[in-house]
Design a protein around this ligand. Sequence first.
Ligand code: AMP
Ligand code: ZN
Length: 467
Amino acid sequence: MRLHNSLSRRVEDVVPVDGRTVKIYSCGPTVYRHIHIGNFRSFMLGDLIRRAAKFEGLDARLVMNITDVGHMTDEVTDSGRDKMELAESDEGLSAAQIAEKYTEAFLADGDLLNIGRADVYPRATEHIPQMISIIQTLIGNGHAYEVDGAVYYDVRSFPDYGKLSGNTLEALRAGHRQEVEVDPNKRNPEDFALWKKAGPGRALKWDSPWGPGFPGWHIECSAMSMEHLGKRFDVHTGGNDNKFPHHEDEIAQSEGAVGHAVVSIWVHGGFLQMGGQKMAKSAQNIRRVSDLAEHGLDPLAYRLLCFGTRYRNEIDFSWDALEAANHRLGTLRRRMAQWRPEQGAIDAPELTMVEEELDQRFRRTVAEDLDMPQAMVVVNELLGADLDPFRRYVLLKRWDEVLGLDLERTALEGFEIPPEVHELMRRRDEARLAKDYPTSDAIRDQLTSMGYEVMDSPEGTTVRPRT
Ligand code: AMP
Ligand code: ZN
């Protein structure tokens, strides 16, 4: 399996450092508001990598943090208000209640998108001691300094600063950032806060060796990733905007503390746009998973829509495209229902050379940096090819482990049968019971002409749409 590494800017082999399990850390949500489908595009990425790894026969472990403190409204200049406290005053709930409310909603919406749950969801507020310990190490080895109850990272102490995002110190200085007001406590304008002093009125705060305060956002991910995956792990994901400053600073912190590279491959996902603008609460163009259902669309149609574009590229969201994906999903599920053998699961059949080749091609495209658009081309080929229905069913069912589109749903749940068809089925059963075969046959013909295949079962008449 190969993934594009934002750090080396190359597609690289995923080789688990422990030789067995692909360890993945995904930057998770800040739980102060509802998570939108743009966020979920990024969250899908970690799960997709885990699914692809398992498909390759590897073990995988996924950790996704929950940020419930420390993410400021302006992370670049380290100022603004804590997002959690902002919501607290807006909603009249405590920060803990807000975190609880939006974490639950996040998990429920993720379920609707078939985003497999992470193996662990560490919370920032439950890892303050680990953060303090890393900060102490960084002060001890000269990467950080304390000023008046706050601790800053000295970016000049880390020569590799900028290696991920290209925002080296020279690049930052040449940019416009000098114009913003510089915190006089900082040695260099580019230094960033590891620990912030709690101002008056701040509720979310902890005791520390530097007095009462709270952690910066970036130190959370250094602490939680190393706590749950160790000091060397394989894959770290996030949306494109996480590259700077969040992940650039995480690298400086983690590598500064342990003295070696921690993450092998950094994977960043492209943004979901809406009308040419990135989907964001501030742009007031967000859509939630529940909005999809309100439009009568299956949330998994959004998954299928995302598979139409490589994960690193942007997607421009439109309802038309989503409706087309929804229609396509329905077709795939109906075909699965047709191909599914009456008796359900049967042992895996021997595949022909053509089928084997399709299967290999599907696997290769997924393993090659998650080329989902190409994988969907292979799915289309399977649909169009003249193959044995049962083996088509077996292949698609297997591929659905990666796709996560619940392709068997229609087969398992039954079709949506319109009321008038139900009525005809009922009348046919009545006629058959009365041994009125001419009527029963006439109704069968009528159902056939309406596009249904009619079958007799011990429970009476059953139908399935012909496609
Ligand atoms: P936040 O809760 O603001 O920390 O964002 C959570 C995740 O969503 C981060 O990994 C962001 O990179 C990602 N994200 C935010 N907006 C979008 C978007 N429009 N499309 C894709 N990912 C996004
Ligand atoms: Zn993070």
